[in-house]
Write a protein that binds this ligand. Structure first.
Ligand SMILES: Cc1ncc(COP(=O)(O)O)c(C=O)c1O
Length: 386
């Protein structure tokens, strides 16, 4: 039985009737950009996350860019961001002429290493972007301590972590700004691009709202140079159909993760992330991801580590069995050609190792029990062979 990495139709088609009604509602309203659908969606997300202001944005990438613009990040300013992330985090910093300071990753959670961030701060550093990778929050107490000590703004990139919690607080609501993505593969996936920005700061919210539409208020009077960062009414309407199901989706993802961990942790050579020592690679064949006690993980990805140079072999083996996998991420930001001007070539050894070892397996909510067993069985067969 094939097991794709993700099956969007399995989630969207059962909602076909409701999605079509949402389409018709927007079609008949004649209101396609922002408007009541977007306002309602913003209110629903504000209430879901616990943020004071929620601002619908064209994509998760644009939400990060807009947050940086609202904070007035200027050319030559420095922004701390993880090297082990999706490109958008660092790309937005560079698009404003600011310099991304790449921070190494923690081997257990893939999230940013605050000790390394502390070492890299300079007097030009203005902000930090903790990314809540794969559905689990970065260590926000340490992030906020560092930010408060050095007067840094904090943009939480929660593209992969809507609804995740850190010590009971919603991902994205702890820092100065939080950003989310509704790219179709995200836990709340739209039928196209979409994103959102949250903040508890009234002044910054007002500024972000202006910047979302070319910095103008009233129309044709421009206080700032902004852009077109608006969310479509159609996407908001589709996302409003899916949001009421979100807690069920998360519960299923959590159940899938628990199942994998329970089955696989009993296999010889498999260890949990926290028990794996960087140097003890010999006996270990597979490292499982962990949920930290202070976090509620939403499992956007279930990402294994495959030591000893075996990752690509495992990927190939699973592909032959019809099981979808993906490498998030093969090249950390500090090794990207476009950032070769940032002088940090070998400064992030853990992220480099993770890039060689990471492999994400299917975790989507609609995964059938038989499909999960297929994945577990294939992994066991591979481990026995090795
Ligand atoms: C960590 C992270 N940041 C930012 C983004 C950008 O979001 P979008 O694709 O909606 O622009 C993504 C998703 O692709 C992401 O995973």
């Amino acid at each position: 039985m094939p097991v794709p990495l993700l099956d969007l139709n399995a989630q969207n088609l059962p909602l076909e009737g409701e999605l079509k009604s949402a389409f018709e509602r927007v079609l008949k309203s004649g209101h396609f950009i922002l408007g009541p659908e977007v306002q309602k969606f913003e209110a629903e997300i504000a209430s879901f996350t616990g943020a004071k202001h929620a601002i619908g944005i064209s994509s998760g990438t644009d939400a990060i860019l807009l947050a940086l613009m609202a904070l007035d990040i200027q050319p030559g300013d420095e922004v701390l961001c993880p090297t082990y992330t999706f490109f958008a985090t660092a790309g937005c910093v560079a698009r404003l002429g600011a310099v991304p300071l790449f921070v190494d990753a923690l081997p257990e959670t893939f999230n940013l290493d605050l000790a390394d961030a502390t070492k890299k701060i300079t007097p030009r550093t203005k902000a930090i972007i903790p990314v809540h990778l794969f559905g689990q929050c970065a260590g926000m107490d340490a992030v906020m301590d560092l930010a408060n000590a050095h007067k840094l703004a904090v943009i939480e990139d929660a593209a992969q972590s809507l609804g995740a919690r850190y010590k009971g607080r919603g991902a994205g609501t702890i820092g100065t700004f939080g950003t989310y993505s509704f790219f179709p593969s995200k836990n709340l996936g739209g039928l196209g691009d979409g994103g959102l920005l949250v903040t508890n700061d009234d002044v910054l919210a007002e500024r972000a709202l202006l910047l979302r539409t070319h910095g103008s208020k009233p129309k044709y009077y421009h206080k700032y140079v902004g852009g077109n960062f608006r969310l479509d009414a159609l996407q908001a309407a589709f996302l409003r159909v899916k949001l009421p199901h979100y807690n069920e989706y998360t519960a299923s993802r959590r159940a899938n993760a628990a199942y994998y961990t329970e089955k696989l942790s009993k296999v010889a050579g498999v260890v949990l992330g926290g028990d794996y020592k960087q140097t003890d690679v010999n006996g270990t064949k597979l490292v499982l991801p962990v949920e930290k006690t202070e976090c509620d993980h939403i499992w956007n990805q279930y990402t294994l580590r495959v030591p000893n140079g075996k990752r690509d072999q495992l990927k190939e083996f699973l592909t032959k069995q019809g099981i979808g996998t993906e490498i998030y991420y093969p090249v950390p930001m500090h090794k990207q050609a476009c950032f070769s001007y940032v002088d940090q070539a070998e400064s992030c050894p853990v992220a480099s190792q993770l890039a060689d070892e990471a492999l994400s397996i299917p975790i989507y909510p609609e995964l059938a029990p038989a499909q999960r067993d297929e994945v577990v069985g294939a992994l066991m067969t591979f481990l026995k062979r090795e």
